[in-house]
Design a protein around this ligand. Structure first.
Ligand code: MG
Length: 159
């Protein structure tokens, strides 16, 4: 039976940090702030996968209080989530995510992001959806103070 999960994440944009989105480093004048590499897109996808198997969220698996996750590449979190799916006897059917960011342009990087997410989850790239939209200049996202991402995941689990 296919179980679904949902994920949502926000990170603040600051100067002096690299911008990692979907496992790809993207040239930009600011980067996302956080304990790990702050890859907001991978974090949302990770929570969606964990949600589909009824697991705790990314913060409970990888507490920000633990120094070992400082600047950690977020693909580690996805690899762990995929491992938990396997442990549960399941398989990831698909993931789909939307990034909400005013800048930079995301579209040119989508194929590389899909490949990186697919690799981390050990699924084919055509099982990964990645889209991006702006917030029409509204609110904190519109002012470029941060980026948000939402994601869903489908996981096939034994009855
Ligand atoms: Mg996060």
């Amino acid at each position: 039976m296919v179980h679904t999960g949902i994920g949502y994440d926000v990170h603040r944009l600051v100067e002096g940090r690299p911008l990692w989105l979907g496992g790809v480093e993207i040239p930009h004048d600011k980067g996302l702030d956080g304990h790990s590499d702050a890859d907001v897109l991978m974090h949302a996808i990770c929570d969606a996968v964990l949600g589909a198997i009824g697991h705790g969220d990314i913060g409970s698996l990888f507490p920000p209080s633990e120094p070992q996750w400082k600047d950690a590449p977020s693909r580690i979190f996805l690899e762990k989530a995929a491992g938990l799916v396997t442990e549960a006897g399941g398989s990831i059917v698909n993931v789909d995510a939307t990034l909400i960011a005013e800048a930079p342009k995301i579209l040119p990087h989508v194929p590389a992001m899909k490949a990186a997410v697919a690799r981390a989850l050990s699924i084919p790239p055509d099982r990964v959806g990645i889209k991006a939209t702006t917030n029409e200049l509204l609110g904190f996202l519109g002012r470029g103070e941060g980026m948000a991402a939402m994601a869903v995941a489908g996981v096939n689990l034994p009855d």
